[in-house]
Design a protein around this ligand. Structure first.
Ligand SMILES: *Cc1c(COP(=O)(O)O)cnc(C)c1O
Length: 378
């Protein structure tokens, strides 16, 4: 094994050797046969992993998760429309800001950090044009009940949009069965690629919402600009609107084909549960206030009494990179460990991570039994 530190943050993440190999080639042209095939295949595979209807439209655009969020906002909402945002942290707040900039009338339903708003509180804000939620908010490690929120939106005739950047292809999500309208992510999270692709799937209803807008979206994120390109690639034909990230497209087709959605959800659930057992054994508490709120893709772990963010440096010195806190005002009280994608299929990566954290804790003076973390993990 190399001595390169393990990247165990909530994205970018460790990627498989096969994905890295697919990416690491001289840049192909966007009209090359290899890119056309990989693009078309990726669109088909996205519908499978999203468990989306055949009538849904996947979009693959060069950019970040933030761009995918703007794409969703700009295509389903226009100035003056009322929307509701379920606020579970930093990324929900970003979505609310994007909606305000689009000119929407935004109602935010917030919860204390580590919690999620009660469904009744969300329902009290209905009706609205669209309900926006963060499936897993990466600042708190809180996963909302996406199925219940999607059902609530539908009952009130609202569109539902989920930021799945820290959840898609890892947490249970059935876009068609739950009748969700937009589910979006980015390449560097659980999908398992380097950063650089914004990915989203829009339902027929979301596409119709775009058709009905009087104020069109910014051209670079417009469904109308991109849909013909996606349709052409799916039909294995060349097309152009703006240059795709061709190396990433080659890698995307490989990454999406590595496991089916049932295997991915199972691997993340197993890993998430094992991580939580390890945190308990080490005497650590989590930011999410109830077990059912804990994401399987990452952990937001509180520093034990007397310790602070210097712990992150001690963990890094042991060869593992974890992330600091992100929730405004609470950054100094917890750290974040990503456990998504390739690492969930490599038990040695997960063990190395827990071992490094345990050693760093003991070194920093935290009282816990040596070996307890890895033993609990197993
Ligand atoms: C990482 C993340 C984003 C932002 O993605 P970028 O690629 O950094 O723009 C948005 N939402 C959630 C839930 C995330 O985890």
């Amino acid at each position: 094994m190399s001595s390169r530190p393990l990247l165990m943050i909530p994205g970018p993440i460790e990627i498989s050797p096969a994905v890295q190999a697919a990416f690491s080639v001289a840049p192909p042209g966007h009209l090359s046969a290899a890119v056309i095939e990989a693009f078309g295949r990726s669109i088909e595979l996205m519908r499978e992993l999203w468990q989306a209807a055949p009538s849904s439209q996947p979009f693959v655009v060069a950019g970040s998760g933030t761009l995918a969020m703007d794409m969703a906002v700009q295509n389903v909402v226009e100035p003056g429309e009322r929307v509701v945002v379920v606020d579970t942290g930093y990324f929900s707040a970003r979505m609310a800001e994007m909606l305000r900039r689009r000119g929407a009338d935004v109602a935010v339903v917030a919860a204390p950090p580590g919690d999620a708003p009660a469904l009744a509180d969300v329902e009290a804000q209905m009706p609205c044009k669209a309900l926006f939620s963060t499936h897993v908010d990466t600042s708190t490690g809180v996963r909302v009940d996406a199925h219940a929120l999607a059902a609530l939106a539908r009952r009130h005739g609202a569109l539902s949009v989920f930021d799945g950047v820290c959840a898609a292809a890892a947490e249970r999500f059935e876009m068609a069965a739950w009748d969700v309208d937009v589910y979006l992510t980015a390449s560097q999270k659980a999908i398992g690629l380097p950063p650089g692709l914004a990915l989203c799937v829009a339902s027929e209803r979301a596409l119709a919402a775009r058709d009905a807008l009087r104020t069109p979206p910014m051209l670079s994120v417009d469904f109308h600009a991109w849909r013909p390109v996606m349709q052409a690639y799916e039909a294995r034909k060349p097309s152009y609107f703006a240059t795709p990230a061709t190396n990433l497209i080659l890698a995307l087709a490989v990454a999406l084909a590595e496991h089916d959605i049932a295997e991915r959800v199972e691997a993340h659930q197993r890993t998430g549960e094992a991580m939580r057992a390890a945190w308990r054994a080490l005497g650590l508490s989590l930011l999410p206030v109830r077990p059912e709120l804990c994401a399987n893709t990452m952990s937001a772990v509180c520093y034990p009494a007397g310790l602070d963010s210097a712990l992150i440096g001690r963990i890094k010195a042991r060869g593992v990179i974890v992330a600091g806190g992100l929730y405004p005002g609470l950054q100094a009280t917890y750290f974040r460990v990503g456990h998504m994608g390739y690492a969930t299929t490599r038990s040695e990566m997960i063990e190395r991570t827990v071992q490094a954290i345990e050693d760093a804790l003991i070194d920093a003076g935290h009282a816990c039994d040596r070996g307890a973390g890895v033993a609990a993990l197993r």
